[in-house]
Write a protein that binds this ligand. Sequence first.
Ligand SMILES: [Zn+2]
Length: 150
Amino acid sequence: MPAADERERELLQAALKVMENAYVLWGFKVGAAVMAEDGKIYEGCNVESWISGLRTCAERCAIDHAVLHGNHKIKKIAIVIEDKNVETTRPCGVCLQYIKDFSEDDAKVIMAKAKGGQILSESIETKTIEDLMPFSYEMKQKALDSYMQS
Ligand SMILES: [Zn+2]
């Protein structure tokens, strides 16, 4: 896929900005920004807890932020990860499922690392959610309708 276009760079910058607000106890900072169907941008950062299972990833925080404002469908998500001995910029499996829940298969996932307050342009990678999560759990409307009628 081609490098990020202007709106995707805007999304990456929004994710970079909120990455600084991440609440990190032992991990690393992550910022995310989603572009909803209406073009609005909603950001999120990771929030850790001393009870590890309670932590929230930046991706889910950003999606929850969109939902809070009445947007249930996202077109794109940018994820920026602090460059700190982290091998991958890919969302975790839980977040992949969550992104899928609120998007269509062609939704773009734009991933990058950041260092010294800058996006590392050589690290930018774009995939579709279908590329990253081809076999997700799906409760399509049709299945839901038949469940409701039974
Ligand atoms: Zn996650």
